[in-house]
Design a protein around this ligand. Structure first.
Ligand code: ASP
Ligand code: CP
Length: 528
């Protein structure tokens, strides 16, 4: 049984990050939620939204604490008349070192079809489960389950993002032309903030003011993603700094200091940092009459960023925001189960296509192979890898050659060295492999990844017959010598989930982990 629903383009899909829904799909979710909320408010029949299928199981798997997300999903499932399973993490076989993958695999067998709502400290958990469990479900005659990410470490919280955007749209009376938003608080560790880098794209013009001291600043890759998405981004160290200039947002989004995710060093400074992002009475008269405050909640009861003197002011939008989680989650479940979506006519989510553009055949100008030697003998037949680490200093070029040899396991009769390029004075590494007549696709991909920019010369009868320039491949996967270096990623080998490693080429020659989406410098992904 496959993932595709017949009537609805959403059936069987998972929600692991905001971008799992295209912008049009997100707008469809907001429109449906708007209609559901209206109909419920008017006491009308909402039967068309409800699944009413007791054979469907919704599992709440919360490996981190939660109030709102868990309870709104539970209530949404009750609305749908499906079986709700609140998985007892504390009393489960996780305590016997069972993996998340094995646990979910087994639970998949208990219902005709399942939705797993998973909150975990490990980033990329739902993306991995979606990859891993689908084929298994087909083998045991179950529909592939849907996975909903209810917050994974510092990575994302997509369903929170959807309820946040829905709430902003309500404030804007459904005008999507522009938004000016201040993100205030722990932007470093707050996953709800990270999801905004994509979620805010539903607005045509986006201005984001980041208000946080350096220790809590938004990680560079999210700030870059915002800029890439066309957002105007400004930075301020504290609310005091922010309000001292006149241009203030009318949508303020506060986040809690994520004490549980901070390292010792930042934790020690928490009281001081908290002061920088806590709203004070003296700032009130700087705000425009339309300003609204949002917060994903919870807020710290002793030292809240939005103190309780604000609770009864028109500024308070956070209470309505949290209630919206119930409506948006009813619609999300309905979409992923194919109950809604048959009438969707917008732009669907496109799957990325990976081309083999990383191998470029180049013209062979100099057909004689007199440059390439093994010891003192010219290469008559074989492969010569040229331009390794071109432009690096001598020490790095030697390291680079060493890396190529170890990763590619080039344990053959051969020679190598660091040379000056003939066209300019840059250094480059060369490895000569006599008698090796070809590399297979996997080896070429590996070489392109470990030595992008190198050239591969195929030599026969002392002449260069073919020459290829290798660029960074768009995707590196299935190699035993690569791994994600983010300790909190589900794919990090220290978690023993046996995740197949996979990276995508991103901007600035970096590679992004398929699961936690953390960028890596290309040299960083290799274990050797
Ligand atoms: N409840 C939100 C989350 O789980 C925000 C927070 O905990 O501060 O990400
Ligand atoms: N907003 C949010 O995720 O709240 P909980 O942590 O209480 O689920």
């Amino acid at each position: 049984m496959g993932k595709e629903g017949e009537g609805s383009p959403f059936e069987g899909r998972s929600l692991t990050v905001v971008n799992d829904f295209s912008i049009d799909e997100q707008l469809y979710l907001y429109e449906q939620t708007r209609e559901l909320k209206r109909a419920l408010g008017a006491g009308e029949d909402v039967g068309r939204f409800a699944i009413n299928e007791p054979s469907m199981g919704l599992y709440l798997i919360f490996l981190e604490d939660s109030t709102r997300t868990k309870e709104s999903f539970r209530n949404a499932a009750l609305f749908h008349g499906v079986k709700v399973n609140d998985f007892n993490v504390a009393g489960s076989s996780f305590n016997k070192m069972e993996s998340v993958t094995d646990t979910i695999k087994m639970l998949t067998g208990y219902s005709e079809r399942s939705v797993f709502v998973v909150r975990s400290k490990l980033e990329g958990t739902c993306r991995w489960l979606d990859d891993a469990i689908g084929a298994y479900a087909a083998r045991i005659g179950r529909k592939a389950p849907s996975f909903i990410n209810a917050g994974d470490g510092k990575h994302e919280h997509p369903t929170q993002e959807f309820l946040d955007e829905f709430s902003f749209l309500e404030q804007k009376r459904w005008d999507r032309s522009a938004i000016h938003l201040a993100l205030v608080g722990d932007l470093a560790h707050g996953r709800t903030v990270h999801s905004k880098a994509d979620g805010l794209r539903i607005f045509k013009s986006v201005r984001v003011d980041l208000v946080a001291p350096r220790e809590l600043a938004l990680p560079a890759h999210y700030a870059e993603r915002m800029a890439h998405n066309g957002f105007g981004v400004r930075q301020f160290d504290s609310i005091e700094d922010y309000v001292s200039q006149g241009d203030l947002a009318d949508v303020w989004y506060f986040t809690r200091l994520q004490l549980e995710r901070m390292g010792e060093e930042v934790l020690e400074k928490a009281p001081l940092l908290r002061r920088a992002v806590t709203f004070r009475r003296e700032f009130l008269d700087k705000l425009g009459p339309e300003t609204r405050f949002y917060h994903p909640l919870p807020r710290h009861r002793e030292a809240p960023e939005i103190p309780s003197f604000l609770d009864d002011l028109p500024l308070n939008a956070w209470d309505f925001q949290s209630i919206n989680g119930y409506y948006t989650r009813i619609v999300e479940i309905a979409m992923l189960q194919g109950k809604l979506g048959a009438d969707f006519s917008g732009e669907p989510k496109r799957q990325p296509v990976y081309t083999d553009d990383f191998v470029e055949e180049v013209e062979v100008r100099q057909t004689k192979a007199h440059d390439y030697k093994v010891g003192i003998k010219p290469v008559e037949n074989g492969i010569v890898i040229d331009h390794i680490g071109r432009g690096e200093n001598i020490a790095r070029t030697w390291d680079h050659i060493d890396k190529v040899r170890r990763i590619m396991k080039l344990n053959y009769r051969s020679s190598h060295g660091v040379y000056h390029s003939s066209s300019d004075s840059m250094y480059k590494g060369i490895v000569s492999l006599p008698d090796i007549l070809s590399f297979d696709e996997r080896q070429i991909k590996m070489l392109a990844a470990v030595a992008p920019g190198c050239t591969l010369n195929m030599i026969a009868g002392s002449r260069v017959r073919k020459k290829y320039r290798l660029h960074m491949p768009p995707r590196i996967y299935n190699l035993s010598v690569i791994s994600c270096k983010n300790d909190a990623c589900i794919s990090n080998p220290r978690h023993f989930e046996q995740v197949r490693q996979e990276f995508y080429r991103a901007e600035k020659s970096s590679f992004v982990c398929r699961y936690c989406e953390r960028p890596h410098d290309f040299g960083e992904i290799w274990d050797l």
